[in-house]
Write a protein that binds this ligand. Structure first.
Ligand code: AMP
Length: 215
């Protein structure tokens, strides 16, 4: 199975949900730049403070901050048997930088999985999305509510709504995706490693399609 993976698609396409599942089944670490940034914010680091304004407005955080952060993450030693990049690269300069830092590590991208979901579904998914503040487990008010309202099934943490998961911010984020992120698929497309899958339907169904393109 391919193990050096990029999960690609608009916000709310299910990248994080599918990445967490694959990580559990195959012990491949998920590297979510959004999760790392949120952790930096809650710890009050300098990076977290710099990223805050961009994130709250649905805008992309500057490339140099993100690239250094990912480079650090690859250096943490658990990435030798694969990784799932979730939410990175989000611009062509980030994709070029990723190639550079992988080259230095004698590694490369095996597969880019593009999760396709129509914009109208994205808005419903994101505005109903909730997440555990401590473990990051994903929920949805209609499609996947926790057993007890506001409490994570996995670790009892607080299930909350991200500040950027409002309709207004989703529109900005979709715009960022169309302008800055969609061209990244073409960048990798030239290598014949991009696989598109239908991201609509049940989580299990999407997971089945995902595993099929990784074989
Ligand atoms: P996400 O959790 O992937 O939806 O990311 C949440 C927010 O974090 C985004 O709207 C951006 O502000 C920021 N962010 C996450 N990943 C990146 C990235 N690769 N490049 C720039 N900004 C990012």
């Amino acid at each position: 199975m391919s193990r050096n993976l990029i999960f690609f698609g608009p916000p709310g396409a299910g990248k994080g949900t599918q990445a967490k599942r694959l990580m559990e089944d195959h012990s491949i670490p998920q590297i979510s730049t959004g999760d790392i940034l949120r952790a930096n914010r809650s710890q009050g680091t300098e990076l977290g403070r710099k990223a805050q304004g961009f994130m709250d407005n649905g805008k992309l955080v500057p490339d140099n901050l993100i690239i250094d952060m990912v480079d650090d993450r690859f250096g943490q030693g658990d990435c030798d048997n694969g990784w799932i990049l979730d939410g990175f690269p989000r611009t062509v300069p980030q994709a070029v930088a990723l190639d550079g830092l992988l080259n230095r590590r004698d590694a490369g991208v095996d597969r880019v999985v593009l999760l396709k979901v129509p914009d109208d579904d994205i808005v419903d998914r994101i505005t109903g999305r909730r997440v555990c503040r401590t473990c990051g487990a994903p929920y949805h008010v209609t499609f996947k509510p926790p057993a007890v309202d506001g409490v994570c099934d996995a670790d009892g943490g607080e299930v909350y709504q991200r500040a950027d998961d409002t309709e207004e911010k989703v529109r900005v984020r979709l715009d960022e995706y169309a302008h800055n992120t969609a061209p990244v698929a073409a960048y990798f497309g030239q290598r014949g490693i991009v696989r598109e899958i239908d991201g609509t339907g049940e989580i299990d169904e999407v997971y089945g399609r995902l595993v099929a393109v990784l074989e």
